[in-house]
Design a protein around this ligand. Structure first.
Ligand code: ADP
Ligand code: MG
Length: 236
């Protein structure tokens, strides 16, 4: 699905030059759940931005579904992002004065989906993240774990082929974090490919691959042996 070859990203200001990523080679296969780990400042968010087509590498090639996206215009990239990618952030990024259902509906409005179909898709998505009973609530009325599940529903409602998550449990206590990880695991088992930046060794075990970054370089590729099992009715 994704092939990065010899990706470099250099940030230049008048005074300093920072090599945020150095000769990154990375393959993501369809169905993968990849965890990206490493200390603060090692390039994790830069890598995720490049994977998400929000930033371009200084050099190297990025193939998405066998297309070399360097050749794409801004508009073509935006289109690809809208159709294929879903984003999840540490801070949820929900709109406070829209209801749960309205937050999840937003990407469908941008995609000009008809109203009746929007309502059906929102309902189906909220059922899938087990929040149909909270459709009319405001984000502030929900727990952190529930808010992140709304954000996940919003990321998934346009049926993306890839979810990119930057520390999705970073603002959650361990119980809420686990609930979010179990949901991501379920979505991955249902077929969504996931790339997740995390600081948590525990969270990385939900994935099938881990890469570790240090000073902008990949220092290891691993396949965690111990995968979490799915308890029944993991979240409510
Ligand atoms: P991480 O997410 O692993 O904490 P980042 O990808 O945010 O790391 O940053 C990697 C390096 O690149 C850091 O040294 C950071 O200061 C630098 N960097 C990131 N974004 C920019 C930018 N827009 N301009 C200049 N330097 C940046
Ligand atoms: Mg970061």
């Amino acid at each position: 699905m994704i092939k990065l070859e010899q990706i470099n990203r250099v940030f230049r200001t008048s005074e300093v030059e920072t090599t945020a990523l150095h000769n990154i080679d990375l393959h993501v296969e369809q169905g993968d759940f990849l965890a990206i780990m490493g200390p603060s400042g090692c390039g994790k968010s830069t890598l995720l931005s490049i994977l998400g087509m929000l930033d371009s590498p200084t050099s190297g090639t990025y193939r998405f579904a066998d297309q070399a996206i360097e050749r794409y215009s801004e508009q073509q990239l935006a289109e690809l992002r809208k159709r294929q990618l879903g984003f999840i952030f540490q801070s949820f990024n929900l709109i406070d004065d829209l209801t749960v259902a309205q937050n999840v509906e937003l990407p469908l409005i941008y995609q000009k989906v008809a109203k009746k179909q929007r309502q059906e898709q929102v309902q189906a998505m909220l059922t899938r993240v087990n929040l149909a009973h909270r459709a009319g609530h405001l984000p502030q009325q929900l727990s952190g774990g529930q808010q992140q599940r709304v954000a996940i529903a919003r990321a998934l409602v346009c049926n993306p082929s890839l979810i990119l998550a930057d520390e999705p449990t970073g603002n959650l206590d361990s119980q809420n974090g686990e609930e979010v990880m179990q949901l991501l695991q379920q979505l991955n088992r249902d077929g969504t490919t996931i790339v997740m930046v995390t600081h948590s060794e525990q969270d990385a075990l939900y994935g099938n691959k881990t890469v570790r970054l240090l000073d902008g370089e990949i220092i290891s590729h691993e396949r965690p042996a111990a995968q979490h099992s799915m308890p029944e009715a993991a979240y409510a």
